[in-house]
Ligand binder design. Structure first.
Ligand SMILES: Cc1cc2nc3c(=O)[nH]c(=O)nc-3n(C[C@H](O)[C@H](O)[C@H](O)COP(=O)(O)OP(=O)(O)OC[C@H]3O[C@@H](n4cnc5c(N)ncnc54)[C@H](O)[C@@H]3O)c2cc1C
Length: 590
């Protein structure tokens, strides 16, 4: 995905929320597609749809478990292997917004193709785009952008999934400057198909005291290098037409010129790559939800039971409305994020949130659509079961949703906790109060700020008047959130790292706040427009009502659980489960 184009840098919207701040001028108006972006998006999506009607049969590819090479070739010819690569290297040079919109189109038509193309460019050669030197870019990018060579991102290993820093693959530096790589990577998308592998391996370094330490570095490994081999193709639940294999490195010698970025900086490189990859999952989820809503609506309009079409029954309408709300909210979040990236926003919080929110709303939407189609959905003749199998992966890869919630909470808490470190010097507030004289100055300043925060609610002044109620709720929730952030920091101190349920609550609260503000911003832009019909305006107002109410309820529930004793039940119940190796009861016994 192309980086930002404006030259200026703006701070993360979500990071600001941890301080109770909302940069209204950054969030309003909602980022719009320019005329040229619209034209490009339209032309690209029309070309993709036309190509797919003629050449893509997702059900067949799923049954056969492979993508015909000529389909990938045809998609490459449309430019889909180099969407974000600068034109000077043969790519289309799309910015983040266009990339998201175009990529989403193909991802929804066939998720196996979406994953193949995503693994290629969103992560496979992204390290090269971000950190490669000119020589490396000139050598590889034209071939990668044209699809002549496909790419893979190799981080996961048998013993190292979420804990990516614990990889064991080792790159030993030789006297001639080359590196010898030995190790194994697991579940690598495009393995075997790809010619270019971004491989993360441990290298030896010295710390400031001269002690030997291992860090991670990133290398380009080519398919044909001696010592590279592949496992059998994995037999997967979904995205079955995509290639997933283990990759083995048996003393693979790579030249020093194949290192991407600086030695020892590979972990940061990998995390930055995944930040962008996650946005593609968010935008793919939007298209997936649009597609599933279309299917479910047609089904509900055609199926008659009890003398009427099921679309006329409240419980079916409730599901259709929820899918539309899921889709609208995710779309607002993804395109707020890409729009701000184009303007220079730091986006690791937002991309993690878009991935978590989008993948979960997609899963929920598919579940609802499946219920609407009921028995039909259960039959392989219909696409629901395939779509369900295909979409489940999005909650797992490119950072599981658990890890991304932890990341969202801990990285967000870091800023305010650094600011509160003066309080940290006095350990915790209760201890400080035992020695009030010593602590008085610090506490007085803190109390002043705290009182100001409690009195002041940051109101949004740019929200459309018809959404005032939701805007006010957002503002109150934002204040409550920032106070909850401070309370959490003071309550747990550095022990917050071991308190995952508190992290979960914090993450869920900020996810809801981001959803609300993105929706309020986009709906405001739509309502302020003079060219959009009243019917469209009514539709988005209703969706906004529904999203903001549900989101506020979810925020309130998570807020309450942060402070109540409810979450204390969880580890206790889990302990019983562990002791019984499962449920442990039988109705016969009790
Ligand atoms: C189809 C497919 C394609 C893939 N493609 C690639 C690829 O191209 N390149 C690549 O490098 N990798 C790839 N992966 C690997 C993928 O990124 C990992 O599966 C993912 O990171 C999770 O690792 P894991 O499966 O080992 O789960 P684990 O890390 O073992 O986690 C198991 C469970 O524990 C949870 N968990 C772990 N640690 C914590 C914690 N501290 N607190 C709370 N919960 C925790 C996780 O969220 C998860 O629910 C792919 C995987 C699949 C299935």
């Amino acid at each position: 995905m192309a980086s930002h184009t404006s030259g200026k840098e703006i701070p993360s919207i979500v990071a600001g929320m941890f301080y109770g701040e909302i940069m209204e001028d950054e969030v309003f108006p909602f980022p719009q597609f320019s005329d040229s972006q619209k034209e490009m998006a339209k032309a690209m999506t029309e070309a993709i749809v036309k190509f797919s009607e003629e050449h893509i049969d997702a059900a067949k590819f799923d049954r056969e478990g492979k993508l015909p090479p000529e389909v990938l070739k045809g998609l490459a010819e449309l430019g889909l292997c180099g969407l974000g690569v600068d034109e000077e290297y043969g790519g289309l040079g799309l910015d983040s917004t266009l990339y998201a919109r175009v990529f989403a189109e193909i991802a929804a038509i066939d998720p196996s193709i979406g994953v193949t193309l995503g693994a290629h460019q969103s992560i496979g050669y992204k390290a090269l785009v971000n950190e490669g030197n000119e020589e490396q870019k000139k050598k590889w990018l034209p071939k990668l952008a044209s699809g002549e060579v496909m790419a893979s991102f190799c981080l996961t290993e048998p013993g190292s999934g979420s804990d990516a820093y614990s990889i064991k693959t080792k790159a030993v530096k030789n006297n001639d400057g080359t590196y010898t790589i030995t190790g194994q990577k697991l579940w690598i998308t495009n393995a075997g198909l790809a010619g270019f592998y971004s491989v993360f391996a441990k290298t030896d370094h010295e710390d400031a005291q001269g002690n030997k330490v291992e860090k991670i570095s990133c290398f380009i490994v080519e398919k044909d290098m001696p010592g590279v081999s592949f496992g059998e193709k994995e037999d997967k639940m979904g995205i079955r037409a995509s290639e997933t294999r283990a990759v083995y490195f048996d003393k693979v010698v790579v030249p020093a010129t194949n290192m991407i970025g600086e030695p020892g900086k590979g972990f940061k490189i990998a995390m930055n790559v995944l930040n962008t990859g996650r946005l593609s999952i968010g935008s793919g989820a939007v298209s997936g939800m649009k597609m599933i809503l279309k299917l479910a609506t047609n089904q509900a309009k055609q199926r008659k039971q009890f003398g009427d079409y099921i679309i006329n029954y409240g419980l079916i309408q409730e599901k259709l409305a929820a899918i539309a709300a899921n889709c609208y909210a995710t779309e607002c979040m993804v395109y707020m994020t890409t729009g701000k990236i184009t303007q220079g926003m730091h986006f690791e919080h937002e991309s993690a949130i878009c991935k978590v929110y989008g993948s979960e709303k997609l899963w929920d939407s598919i579940d609802k659509a499946t219920q609407i189609a009921a028995g039909n959905a259960y039959m392989k003749e219909y696409p629901y079961e395939r779509i369900m199998r295909d979409s489940r992966i999005h909650l797992i890869f490119e950072g599981t949703n658990e890890i991304l919630r932890i990341f969202t909470a801990l990285s967000g808490l870091k800023g305010p906790s650094d600011d509160l470190k003066e309080l940290g010097k006095i350990a915790d507030v209760s201890k400080a109060l035992q020695d009030p004289i010593k602590s008085l100055g610090v506490l007085t300043n803190f109390a002043k700020k705290r009182i100001t925060k409690q009195l002041a609610t940051k109101t949004l002044t740019k929200v459309h008047p018809s959404l005032e109620r939701h805007s006010q709720k957002f503002s109150h929730s934002l204040k409550d959130f920032s106070i909850a952030v401070e309370n959490t920091i003071m309550k747990y101190g550095k022990n917050i790292i071991g308190n995952e349920l508190a992290q979960l609550r914090i993450a869920n609260m900020v996810i809801e706040l981001y959803a609300q503000v993105c929706v309020l911003s986009r709906t405001t832009s739509i309502l302020n427009s003079t060219t959009i019909s009243e019917s469209e305006k009514e539709y988005v107002t209703l969706l906004t009502e529904s999203i903001c109410r549900d989101s506020h309820q979810s925020f309130t529930k998570n807020h309450a659980r942060l402070t109540s004793s409810y979450d204390k039940l969880t580890p206790k119940i889990s302990k019983h489960i562990a002791e019984r190796d499962g449920y442990g009861f039988d109705i016969i016994d009790y």
